[in-house]
Write a protein that binds this ligand. Structure first.
Ligand code: NAD
Length: 509
């Protein structure tokens, strides 16, 4: 849906200093729920100056493969805050995820998704649920670095950085402190991914120590996900790497009630984006049937972020009162529903309750006006994830110790492969120390039962004097391997950092 005139926006400038905010109407139900949301914001006196940006289906189809118009970047650069309705990704290949593009380009490192039950007004099996998932938003397997290496094997790189972990973990603790939350649970799989997930948990422990008033907890993500689905009441704030967070936050939203209820904040050092968690719902678009609550909750988070927490609280309290009064959209309809309303009528019901508070659900207060934790009263430059400065550490002493050479060798036995590889190390400080296949050691002393593909990791390691390994040794090794008819398809240098090996030592569990 295209809009040429935006009369609504004029009413949002009540003469107070207004914060410029980029607004994207999106696709499907996007325009309906955005209109409803902006009407409520205007009626509540939100001091924002919306600036329209075009994203979504029409932009994709106009030939911009990321789904965002080039001129929109200028608006985003100047406002640094985006309130975004959902977009439709056209079917067929060649289109990139708009959300991934926005997160990476704007450096939105933390995705914050509160998932709350509103029982008995919205039916749920877990009435006491009140969980906030803080998901790392830029790294992990979402780096999008994938390769096909052999006829049989493909890989996806999981990249985790210390600064990335520090920012999201600090954001989780700052969020907990700012919102009176008592516990932060770190969910990782560091029993298997000891270096990458191990780093995430180590950073959690380091930064968590600066927040003595907040309880800390660690769970392996598999049992953590199971517990979140069955006993969500035991969780408060959860911080977790990107892929786990993606899955956990959908589980949590589903368990809490309707997909139409939850909003999310994508927070960066210099920008922030706020949106509903659901998609563009083309099945109900244009019918005045969509629930605007998810986008409204996102807008409430945005108001806190830009330093208007009292307006945020007024809106949220009116919205809670609307739920308690049994005025629901169709997706929320249940035993507590008194009247099922369309999108516009639901927004009107919230507007009529501005200034009222819920009688049974807990009221919301987000702090004093202009003192929000996540904004300076201007915009997103002072988000909490930046945190207090940490003392700069000297870079660790790095030493090259050897190389893992990955080779493409179909239909060969491990012993025969080792015999073909080993002579290539002659004359270098390294020797062949191990061969694995899909992470399982097959040489020396492999088991005949192990199923092997055509993709082998061959470790050449210096034993006695690692100081002598240089890049030239590795290049020489590779040249000799190729001359011997071996097909290397990738190398990983093996380094130690301050004497600690920077690589996993053997097979996984
Ligand atoms: P969806 O979330 O749009 O819809 C799933 C179901 O939930 C549908 O039955 C829909 O009617 C219902 N629903 C969703 N939001 C609702 C609301 N506010 N009120 C009432 N009912 C609601 O998921 P989908 O159908 O898988 O995806 C549709 C499109 O949305 C796809 O093109 C997808 O790529 C896109 N999408 C966009 C975003 C985003 O922009 N952040 C997120 C998810 C999906």
């Amino acid at each position: 849906m295209k809009r040429d005139a935006l009369p609504l926006l004029d009413s949002l400038q009540p003469g107070m200093p207004a914060v410029p905010v980029a607004v994207a109407w999106g696709d499907g139900i996007g325009p309906e729920i955005m209109d409803a949301t902006l009407r409520i914001l205007a009626a509540a006196g939100a001091r924002i100056a919306p600036q329209r940006v075009d994203i979504g289906e029409q932009v994709y189809l106009a030939g911009h493969s990321a789904g965002i118009a080039p001129e929109a970047w200028d608006v985003l650069r100047s406002t640094r805050v985006l309130l975004k309705a959902p977009v439709t990704t056209p079917s067929g290949g060649g289109f990139k995820s708009l959300n991934v593009t926005l997160r990476k380009t704007l450096g939105l490192y933390a995705n914050v998704r509160p998932c709350t039950a509103y029982a008995p007004w919205v039916a749920t099996k877990h009435p006491g649920m009140d969980v906030v998932i803080v998901r790392e938003n830029e790294e992990d397997l979402y780096a999008g670095i994938e390769h096909r290496q052999t006829a049989e094997v493909y890989q996806c790189l999981k990249l985790v950085s210390r600064p990335g972990c520090e920012r999201v973990v600090r954001h989780a603790f700052e969020y907990a402190r700012a919102h009176g939350r008592r516990k932060v649970t770190c969910m990782v799989k560091d029993n298997i991914m000891k270096l990458t997930d191990g780093l995430f948990y180590r950073v959690f422990e380091e930064i968590g120590a600066e927040y003595p008033e907040i309880a800390k907890d660690r769970m392996i993500v598999d049992i953590g996900a199971a517990r979140l689905a069955t006993r969500p009441e035991r969780f408060d704030v959860i911080v977790t790497p990107n892929l786990y967070g993606d899955i956990l936050s959908d589980i949590a939203a589903e368990v809490a009630g309707s997909v139409g209820l939850a909003g999310s904040a994508n927070i960066g050092t210099g920008a922030a984006m706020f949106e509903a968690i659901h998609g563009s719902a083309p099945d109900i678009a244009g019918q005045d049937a969509a629930n605007p609550s998810g986008l409204l909750q996102a807008a409430v988070m945005m108001l806190v972020h830009i330093g208007q927490p009292q307006v945020a609280a007024t809106i949220r309290n009116a919205w809670l009162r609307t739920l308690e009064d049994g005025l629901h959209t169709a997706d929320m309809a249940g035993p507590a529903t008194r009247l099922t309303l369309g999108t516009a009528a639901f927004a009107q019901a919230v507007i009529e309750r501005l200034g009222q508070a819920p009688t049974q659900l807990p009221t919301s207060g987000f702090g004093a006006e202009g003192s929000a934790r996540h904004g300076s009263g201007q915009v997103a430059s002072t988000v909490s994830g930046a945190g207090p400065a940490r003392a700069a550490k000297a870079p660790p002493a790095k030493q090259l110790m050897g190389v893992d050479v990955f080779v493409d060798a179909p239909g060969i036995a491990p012993d025969a492969l080792a015999a073909a590889l080993a002579p290539a190390a002659d004359g270098s400080p390294m020797s062949l120390s191990m061969i694995t296949n899909r992470g399982v050691k097959v040489w020396p002393n492999g088991l005949p039962e192990t199923f092997c593909t055509d993709h082998w990791r061959c470790r050449f390691l210096a034993g006695e004097s690692p100081a002598n390994v240089g890049h030239a040794d590795i290049i020489g090794l590779l040249s000799r391997l190729v001359a011997a008819g071996i097909d290397p398809i990738k190398t990983e240098y093996l380094c130690s950092f301050d004497g600690e090996p920077g690589f996993s030592l053997g097979q996984g569990q």
